[in-house]
Design a protein around this ligand. Structure first.
Ligand code: NAP
Length: 337
């Protein structure tokens, strides 16, 4: 335990509804010792204490993960949700009722816009879905990738600490080369490319910040860059790589996991693997074809081997999270849209 036997104390004002109390906290070890820099007020709010809603700020609501996270929290009781987008035009993809909760003009290359939205919205929880993914050409440019994938998460964590907010950041199984499989948090990152290396540098471990290292599938608002979007846009036949293994989850299931397993565990901070059970891409595409009624021939291909599966037993044992079967996960992705 990082701070076991360390003595710490602090005072803070807690306001719930119209009532305020000043709490003097002093501890020498154990649970509070471990979370000494996490404000009690954040813990109470982020645990839905006092019947108040938890205010969630989703950064990058136009992205594949961001749009599902924003919509899932908007549809969940007990949350007040605000999403950020870079461009006003991104709002067109959302229902009118959701558009009201989107703030446009937040470009993280202009750090003032980020500082302002956190200051204005005063969130209890910030979820960062902004990143430069490897499918983008800019992900190979250090001047584009390092500020967003490496530096930004640390900046957000600091802004959140000042704003008394908890921070959830998303990292990737691409911090690993895929030579081994079933990687645990203690395995060394061995990515060879800038995307994996830049994301590794961006993994935050602060008392108010948790990094979820995972892989995702899901639906984009526009385009067909991702696996599922690409697959559903194909016709005739595609290759399904039987020796390409991953253990990611649909975007909506990641959002549910944050809601149901991260938020109720406010003491969790640092790096955690989150994953479903490993599946190869051939079997996965077969399940997607079945669930979406896609008529296509998937040719089994064994020429390409990679295994970036993650061992998430640590997160599972601490939170009780149990992934659904792959057939259920794919149906959940289809049904949520
Ligand atoms: N895709 C995967 O397989 C995967 C796996 C594991 C982890 N992750 C991580 O999960 C996060 C989300 O990934 P994703 O697949 O949802 O990516 P995505 O669909 O490409 O979305 C990226 C988001 O970042 C926003 N963004 C990019 N540059 C920005 C800037 N300068 N200012 C403000 N916003 C900016 C984009 O806004 P615009 O819409 O305006 O471009 C978009 O909302 C990333 O951190 C990624 O590394 C992804």
């Amino acid at each position: 335990m990082k701070w076991a036997n360390a003595e710490c104390s602090w005072s803070e004002k807690i306001t719930l509804g119209n009532a305020s109390v000043v709490l003097h906290v002093r501890c020498t070890s154990g649970f509070l010792g471990n979370v000494r820099n996490v404000r009690i007020s954040s813990i109470l709010r982020a645990s839905c204490g006092g019947g108040q809603s938890v205010k969630v700020l989703v950064l990058g609501a136009s992205g594949m993960l961001g749009n599902a996270t924003f919509r899932l929290f908007r549809e969940s009781d007990g949350y007040e949700v605000i999403g950020t987008v870079r461009h006003e035009r991104s709002k067109q993809y959302f229902a009118a009722s959701h558009q009201l909760a989107l703030v446009s003009g937040v470009d993280v290359e202009n750090i003032d816009s980020l500082t302002r939205v956190i200051g204005d919205t005063k969130p209890d929880l910030v979820i960062n879905c902004i990143g430069l993914v490897k499918q983008l050409a800019e992900a190979d440019d250090p001047l584009a990738a390092i500020p967003i994938n490496s530096l930004l998460p640390h900046r957000i964590a600091r802004l959140c600490a000042v704003a008394d907010a908890r921070f959830v950041h998303m990292s990737t199984d691409c911090v690993f080369s895929g030579a081994k499989g079933m990687y645990s948090e203690s395995d060394q990152s061995d990515a060879k490319d800038l995307y994996g290396r830049s994301k590794f540098l961006g993994e935050v471990d602060y008392p108010n910040a948790i990094t979820l290292r995972t892989s995702i599938i899901g639906h984009e608002l526009e385009g067909a860059r991702s696996l599922v979007g690409w697959f559903l846009s194909q016709s005739g036949s595609v290759r399904g790589f039987k020796r390409a293994v991953f253990s990611g989850m649909p975007t909506v299931e990641i959002a549910r996991l944050i809601r149901d397993h991260v938020i109720p565990n406010p003491h969790l901070h640092g790096l955690y693997h989150v994953s479903a059970d490993p599946i190869n891409k051939y079997d996965l595409l077969g399940l997607v074809a079945d669930a979406y009624g896609k008529q296509i021939k998937i040719e089994s291909d064994e020429s390409f081997a990679i295994d970036r599966s993650l061992d998430s037993s640590r997160f599972r044992s601490l939170t009780g999270f149990q992934p659904k079967s792959w057939a259920e996960l794919v149906r959940s992705m289809r049904d949520f849209g």
